[in-house]
Write a protein that binds this ligand. Structure first.
Ligand SMILES: Nc1ncnc2c1ncn2[C@@H]1O[C@H](COP(=O)(O)OP(=O)(O)OP(=O)(O)O)[C@@H](O)[C@H]1O
Length: 300
């Protein structure tokens, strides 16, 4: 998903909150949105989630299933927890039995069972936040957007947030999350987007000059497990794509390289080549050899 030249102001003559914003996030990636109070973090997240429309510019390639967790769950609705989640599952397009299963799963997982018949306005802030988290996950999101998701949650549920984020990433989803509590240190491999003075910049991770991009191909059915394993080993999974879809414009070795990860021409990065006769398409990242085969790319 990409924000292309996005500008946003809330009122016709109001100040610009965001100007000329160009950011992108791919499958299996997580970006943490940082910045002082009131700089526009929530605004950026709402644009990404499709809750706000850009005043100028556009948002492209947003996945069809978006999970949106607002900073404050709007609990002033006259539904019980179960009825609300069942309605949200239908809104998300889940058919009957699947919707019931998803509602049951998230009620259990987030410890909401004893509140299932309680109406939303009667919930404590923390329990309402859990309902806000549950509704975003009923349908596995291709993009999960969380605005300060740790706010008001009890310790057990706070621990669950990075776990859930990891699961969405392992399924090939992308995650955007804002956080002023420093909880994101528990999201290894996260990219950092800083919002200040109406602009969004990506912080270059320290040591980036020493990284290389390794392309590899895995059977589609094994992709989620492979991504989870690579992440558990501390690798940064950049992108997952269909073998058949062909190379995107920004892939390493293409005409439009990603400057943060592509080795300089003549660099000493080791070429990684497949065994003779091997069906896998490991490549020399500098030459772009083997570009027809990879299903995923990994950098460290
Ligand atoms: N609905 C709105 N109408 C008018 N102005 C708004 C609206 N929502 C936000 N703003 C303004 O836009 C600016 C950015 O707000 P935003 O909530 O995106 O910042 P933030 O970085 O998320 O802040 P915080 O860390 O306090 O949540 C602020 O000046 C805010 O007052």
């Amino acid at each position: 998903m990409r924000l292309e030249g996005v500008w946003l102001r809330y009122h016709r003559r109001g100040p610009w909150v965001l100007r000329q914003t160009d950011v992108a996030i791919g499958p299996g990636e997580v970006a943490v949105v940082l910045g002082r109070n009131g700089v526009g973090k929530s605004t950026l997240l709402q644009l990404a989630a499709g809750v706000l429309r850009p005043t100028r510019g556009r948002v492209v390639d947003r996945p069809p299933a978006v999970g949106w967790v607002p900073e404050r769950f709007p609990a002033d609705q006259p539904f019980t927890v179960r009825a609300y989640l069942a309605a949200m599952a239908r809104v998300a397009g889940l058919p009957g039995a699947e919707a019931d299963r998803a509602v049951r799963h998230w009620i259990d997982r987030l410890g909401l069972a004893r509140f299932h018949a309680v109406r939303l306005p009667q919930l404590s802030k923390g329990t309402a936040q859990k309902v806000g988290l549950a509704q975003a996950l009923l349908r596995p999101p291709g993009l999960l957007v969380l605005d300060e998701p740790w706010e008001g949650l009890d310790a057990a549920t706070r621990d669950l947030v990075p776990e859930v984020i990891g699961e969405v990433l392992a399924e090939g989803g992308a995650v955007l999350v804002s956080d002023h509590r420093g909880e994101t240190v528990r999201l290894p491999g996260a990219r950092h987007w800083s919002v200040a003075d109406g602009t969004v910049t990506e912080a270059t991770p320290s040591g980036a000059a020493a990284t290389v991009v390794v392309e590899l191909s895995v059977p589609a059915a094994a992709a989620a497990a492979a991504v989870a394993r690579l992440r558990a080993d501390g690798h940064h999974v950049l992108r997952i794509r269909d073998h058949a879809a062909g190379p995107p414009a920004t892939r390493p070795g293409s005409d439009s390289p990603s400057p943060a990860t592509r080795p300089e021409p003549g660099s000493t990065s080791p070429a990684i080549r497949p065994e003779p006769g091997s069906p896998s398409a490991a490549v020399d990242p500098a030459s772009g050899a083997g570009r027809s085969g990879p299903a995923s790319e990994v950098a460290r």
